[in-house]
Structure formats: structure tokens, C-alpha cells
Design a protein around this ligand. Sequence first.
Ligand SMILES: [Zn+2]
Length: 165
Amino acid sequence: MSRQPVIDGLEFARTGSKLQGVWPVADFPRLRDALHADAGSLRYEIEGVPEEQGRPTLRLRVDGALQLVCQRCLGALELPLRIDVSLQLAATQAEIDAEPLAAEGPERIVAGREMPVHDLIEDELLLAIPIAPRHERCGGREAVAARATNSPFAGLRGLIGSTKH
Ligand SMILES: [Zn+2]
């Protein structure tokens, strides 16, 4: 794998920095079990926001598509991706734990001096993949589970975040 870009989270937000690029799907090993094929690549953009809702924030966007495995017919199922999330930065985990989890609020993460952009993207990709993706009609030509990119799984975000540490 190519050398990972890392960002100093708080500094990146404070200065309103921006980083964008393209990442091959094959470079995200944690997705592999869910994929029918790891061809293609994803475009990403990460932008620092000095203050969003009063906090330094990283705005992450990912565009592209993943070839998932339909859990009914085991065929390929294309999942279009339009990820656009705000990751609110906290100085410490204690700071995050001290506040009640807001169901609709942005995801909160601990800022680091060397945050691997690859891992931030991979975390969001995992959240975007439905637990049991299926064609609406197997065997048909249409292959979209577009709903999966939206909110039904957003609620899981907090749960996953709270078990990470
Ligand atoms: Zn199917």
C-alpha cells in the first residue's frame, strides 16, 4: 500500500485545510468480506472547518461505488456512495464521554497529531455498508440499494463509536 497521508486533526481544522484524492477500493482490507469485487476507486475530500457548531471539525466526503454481495442471490450489487459527514474533534476521549450522545449530532472523534486519512475513510465506508444488502429484485438489471447510503444506519454510528475505546 502506498504511504498514507496523515493529518494533524486540530491544526488541519484550525487552518481550514483541504486534502483530496482517489483511493483504490482494493486498499480497504476491512471491506473485503462485504465485497463481490474490489475493482474501482473512490474519490475523497477532507476539509478542515475551524468551527462547526462551535467545535473544530473535519468534513469528509467520499464518492464512488462499491460492488457488494447480494445476500439473497450472492450476485454483485452496486452500492452508490455519497458520504458526507462531519467529524467533530475532541481533545480527549474523556471530553467525548463527558457529554451525552446526541442522536442527530455529528460523530465525535479524538483528534490526533497523525490521523491516518485512510482509516477515517474506511470507518465511514464500513458504516455505509448495509448489514444484509440485497437486490430489490434478484436477477433484474437494476442493482441499487440507494437507501442504504442514507439515515437508517446513521443511528448505529453512536453505538459503534461508543464501543471503540
Ligand atoms: Zn440478488
